[in-house]
Design a protein around this ligand. Structure first.
Ligand code: DQA
Length: 142
């Protein structure tokens, strides 16, 4: 399968950004870690990060041509970007929403995901393992 992993705003700062919440590892560390798993070895995985809503939407549209599944951590866009939600709904590619932290058990505004309903699953609070679980979900879906 060809899988696109999208990370949204501020996730380029992983490792430096609030490490007590998001951990010590960088986004590159996460990429290397996932690539070394047996699940990833038989699939073609591409990572994309942007701090810009429109760039994320453009990348989701491009995925129509070449992705079988999307894993997305939309960062704070999770909580209010109807545009990213509509983009996911438009391309009709199975998509899993992933969060490093447990958004249910933080500030009230983080409990709301406007993305969740257009995704096949939402995984939260597992740190980097969430990306692996997202990959497994995409691999195992009908
Ligand atoms: C996050 C949770 C969001 O609320 C936050 O804005 C992020 C990261 C997570 O991975 O836990 O940027 O998506």
């Amino acid at each position: 399968m060809k899988i696109l992993i999208i990370n949204g705003p501020n996730l380029n700062l992983l490792g430096k950004r609030e490490p007590e919440i998001y951990g010590q590892e960088t986004l590159t560390d996460l990429e290397s870690w996932l690539a070394a798993t047996s699940e990833a070895s038989s699939h073609d995985i591409e990572w994309f990060q942007s701090n810009h809503e429109g760039k994320i939407i453009d990348r989701i549209h491009e995925a129509m041509e070449n992705a079988d599944g999307i894993i997305i951590n939309p960062g704070a866009f999770t909580h209010y970007s109807y545009a990213i939600r509509d983009a996911i709904a438009s391309v009709n590619i199975p998509t899993v929403e992933v969060h490093l932290s447990d958004i249910e058990n933080r500030e009230a505004f983080r409990k709301v995901s406007v993305i969740k309903d257009v995704c096949i699953d939402q995984i939260k609070g597992l740190g980097k393992i969430g990306y692996l679980e997202g990959l497994k979900t995409l691999i195992n879906q009908e």
